[in-house]
Design a binder for this molecule. Sequence first.
Ligand code: ZN
Length: 76
Amino acid sequence: MDKIYPRCAICDQIPTKGLFDGFRLNGRFICSVCEKRIITAESGDMEYLKNMRNIRFILYPHPRTITAKQPASVKK
Ligand SMILES: [Zn+2]
């Protein structure tokens, strides 16, 4: 049986080491590259804000539960 390779919820890449190359957050997989990027990103940085938005989406996948103002570009 083949190994299961998860797809990163942030960068949409499949990590080379599979499940051991990252961690799970709320059932979604985040690869070690993104994990490192999240940890090292400076608060207020564009990269940081992008990561935060992605993580928020993972934690709260249903847009209706998010009360914060969202841009009109959110897919329906
Ligand atoms: Zn990633």
